[in-house]
Write a protein that binds this ligand. Sequence first.
Ligand SMILES: NC(=O)c1ccc[n+]([C@@H]2O[C@H](COP(=O)([O-])OP(=O)(O)OC[C@H]3O[C@@H](n4cnc5c(N)ncnc54)[C@H](O)[C@@H]3O)[C@@H](O)[C@H]2O)c1
Length: 264
Amino acid sequence: MNDAARWIDLSGKVAHVTGGAKGIGRGISTALAMAGAKVMVSDVNLEGAEATANEIDGAAMSLDVTDRAAVDAAMATTREELGSLDILVNNAGVYQEFGGPVGDITDEMWRTLWSVNVDGVFYCCRAAAAIMKEQASGGRIINISSTQAVTPGVGVTYDGSKAAVAQITKALALELAPHNINVNALAPGPTWVQGGEPPKTGGQAPIDTGNPLSDTVADRIARLPAGRWADPIEQGKAALFLASDMSSFVTGAYLPCDGGWLTL
Ligand SMILES: NC(=O)c1ccc[n+]([C@@H]2O[C@H](COP(=O)([O-])OP(=O)(O)OC[C@H]3O[C@@H](n4cnc5c(N)ncnc54)[C@H](O)[C@@H]3O)[C@@H](O)[C@H]2O)c1
């Protein structure tokens, strides 16, 4: 008897995906729903969250992950409305507009990015862990980091925030393992989120980090071993592994899904 299909069966599971209105969050929401999970899609962009939810027969809510009281309420509402909270995907994040040379980074840029990319992850982890600890079945937390946590390229603000996410993941994995809660980081490489077909080269303004040796996104795609951008659903497939029984003994991991970026 072939049990493989059941290993990625998430029916009966409830997932909450932050920043699910578009891009990678939408791809992850779609993959989880395809495997049978009921997905609560949240975003500051409620209309976008509702559009994703409609596509996957899920639920939607407005949530700004920087608002700690709203985060607590959102995790509680997910459990109340959908019955449990088994999987949390901390995907909401900001990046491009906060990149650049350190001298150009204002206090406000720094604070804004860190409040979404780091404070938001912390608030969501804290609220979800409290719920998951009460569940005999525990839970799964997947934090979306980036290859930039290891190889900088967008600038001090973003690269630092994604390294923080990777280390927060490990610390939580250690703490929550006795509660049957696995905590892992997924590190996407370049993933085309603009819609339509990704271009072979270019397609995104180069990020000026102030170093003439820094390559542009286009340069990097050109020398990426996979030779192309990822589709958001490919990040969804990697998240599915971390959300399912396929990864029952995996916790504290940093999983690149990057077409070989980190081999360079
Ligand atoms: N696209 C890539 O190449 C890439 C690579 C590595 C990592 N990432 C990470 O993946 C995640 C998703 O990125 P993406 O490329 O899909 O971005 P995106 O801009 O397409 O989508 C991000 C979503 O997050 C939402 N969001 C922003 N601030 C929020 C807040 N305060 N509260 C709730 N939602 C908020 C946005 O409304 C948007 O729907 C981010 O954490 C990003 O850092 C992306």
